[in-house]
Design a protein around this ligand. Sequence first.
Ligand code: FE2
Length: 324
Amino acid sequence: MLTLKKTKGKDFRILNLSDPQLGDSEWAEGHNCRFLIRTVNALVERVHPDLITVSGDLSWAGNDAAYDCLADFLDGFGIPWAPVWGNHDNQGGAENMDAVADRYLSHPLCVYEKGDPALGNGNYVIGIEEDGRIVSALIMMDSHDRAPYTNEAGEEQTVWAKLWPEQMVWYREQITALDALGCHDSAMIMHIPFYSYRYAADAAYKKDIDRKTVTPALADGEDVWNEGYKDSIGVQYEGICSYEADDGVFPVVKELGSTKYVVVGHDHVNNFMINYEGVNLIYSLKAGNGCYWNPILNGGTVLTVGEGGITGAKHEYVDVSDML
Ligand SMILES: [Fe+2]
């Protein structure tokens, strides 16, 4: 486990960026990357994070220069930063991912461990320590790229991947180890949502509402949410691109009782936060215009850690409409 120190009497703030996803030419040419740069600059200035996490799709596999540009950019803030990989990062295969990881690890502020290669690329834990005690931990997981799936008609398909069973064994081991250290609080950060994001959205949004028409302002009120989910916020403008069948992840999370926040990216124009059966299932705000975006959903998502663990999550929007 890697550890970062929390100052006593002061919150530890984690700024999550998601899906920056600019290619070599976009970084080189400098026009498209202006949204990302302005967004992250504004977020760092506003949030003063102690750690920046990136929930996947940092660029496009094979765009080596872009990966390096992003790493240099993040290192420039003088703040530790920690990535997990998304489907587009993983598309170059394990060897390519390993090479990117080697270059990232040469950046002084990159907090990352390759982890057991049998579990994918980069499964690791960051403990947040105050006075020698781990108050919370970030479980950083690789949600891979694609996976085979047989649909109801018996057709073989390739769909969005899920966490592998051996990763769930590893997750259980990490939580058990944290429990033994007296830490019963954690967040899981990964790229592709797990299947229960679908259950959560179906349980929380009112049935008679067309989710595509809900504005962020409306979704931050109570009118779109069912009873029991009134504290939910955020929109769902596209499908929940998880694995196509229940992956069994959520029951493990719930059973172990440590992880109360899950932060994913992947679906750039979803940003809901729903407390589903005691666990906050969160889509991070996307940073910048890489790949596709909706400028009204631009920014980052902040987790605040107090001495007793994570106390809340908040989207920090960055308005870049004057640059459009
Ligand atoms: Fe993406």
